[in-house]
Unconditional design. Structure first.
Ligand code: SF4
Length: 357
């Protein structure tokens, strides 16, 4: 790993102002993603995984959403302080995002090749095409046509890279003509066409059947290996995380509650919520009578519980848990937990190093 994180999120707080009340979706979320690594974010539905990614991309609908505070450093630049124009240049180029259902992300009225070519035209220097400024409208149109043609050829190359058979034909097809797996491949081709530094994949395989899931994951790994892209994988599929990720963060009700190396988290989780999550999945290698469940459900984030948001569901709760939110503390190198049971561990508070000097 390099010394400076590619993405560094600190104390990110995102709220949604609805008619029912203020939804406190993210509270003081802090974590890093390093160049070239695969980082997984897990947690139950509604715990804030997608809101974190959308906050980074600044795609939170405003209103009702609002990023209240915090910082999002990407390559050392605070995205929350950058103008929209800079963010537009970053999106799709330095940071790309794959959504769960490609059918809703692709434009139904343009063919696949044109949609990928558009991204290339926006973000890539097509240096092989003459760029000369001209006032002659005929020459200008000719140059534009040459640029579009070259971008379309590059779109076909991108489709070939994600192993779509007959990429020339697929480039001329529309999203509704492709299967779910092919649409997701086309999305990946579009996202990788500009060699992003960070690829955010929000439930990229949830809508696909198991064999296609495996192919898409292999493809992402292979492309990461080839291009050195960091992947931020958001999913509730723990099997996918175990197979793909170097490090994993566990989210609960807007907080990161545990973060560390994947083997460590899976073999010996410390936070009661992480333990509950991992014990609720069946292991085919072990004989087990009954799967454990986490009692209760994710709290309503308009009126979340005081203190540790997990306390109403936690069998280890203490008095302090009901009034005071536990900080994320480093319990061993590269392993942090937010739980009062680890309060007397000699720690550094993640996300508050600056305040402690
Ligand atoms: Fe349970 Fe308290 Fe730890 Fe929260 S802080 S997980 S309630 S023991």
């Amino acid at each position: 790993m390099t010394e400076t994180p590619l993405l560094s999120i600190r104390d990110l707080k995102t709220y949604f102002y609805t008619y029912e009340g203020v939804v406190k979706a993210l509270e003081a979320t802090s974590f890093d993603i390093w160049k070239g690594e695969t980082f997984g974010l897990i947690g139950e539905t509604g715990c804030g995984k997608s809101v974190t990614a959308l906050s980074v991309m600044q795609l939170i609908p405003q209103p009702p959403g609002r990023i209240m505070s915090g910082s999002i450093l990407f390559n050392g630049v605070d995205l929350l302080k950058e103008p929209e124009k800079t963010l537009q240049q970053l999106r799709g180029c330095a940071i790309s995002m794959i959504f769960q259902e490609p059918m809703t992300a692709l434009n139904p009225v343009y063919n696949i090749g044109r949609q990928i070519a558009e991204v290339i035209l926006l973000h890539k220097d097509l240096t092989e095409v003459p760029q000369k400024n001209t006032r002659n409208p005929i020459t200008h149109r000719r140059i534009q046509r040459a640029r579009k043609k070259r971008a379309f050829e590059k779109a076909i190359e991108a489709l070939d890279m994600v192993k779509i058979s007959d990429p020339k034909k697929v480039a001329r097809q529309y999203p509704h003509e492709l299967s779910g797996g092919m649409r997701q491949r086309a999305m990946i081709a579009m996202m990788l066409a500009c060699d992003p530094d960070l690829l955010i994949a929000d439930e990229p395989t949830t809508a696909l059947d198991v064999t296609v899931q495996a192919q898409i994951l292999d493809l992402m790994k292979e492309l990461q290996h080839r291009k050195g892209t960091a992947i931020w994988l958001i999913t509730h599929n723990l099997g996918v995380i175990a197979e793909m990720c170097d490090r994993v963060g566990v989210m609960y009700a807007g907080y990161i509650v545990e973060i560390g190396k994947t083997e460590k988290i899976f073999e010996n989780p410390d936070h009661p919520y992480t333990r509950g999550l991992l014990r609720s999945i069946p292991l085919i290698m072990e004989e087990r009578q009954r799967l454990e469940i986490i009692p209760g459900s994710v709290p309503n984030l308009i009126t979340p519980p005081e203190g540790c948001r997990f306390h109403p569901r936690c069998k280890y709760q203490m008095d302090i848990c009901k009034t005071c939110a536990p900080p994320l503390v480093e319990v061993e190198p590269d392993h942090c937990v937010a739980c009062h049971r680890f309060a007397d561990v000699k720690y550094s508070v993640v996300g508050e190093e600056e305040k402690h000097g």
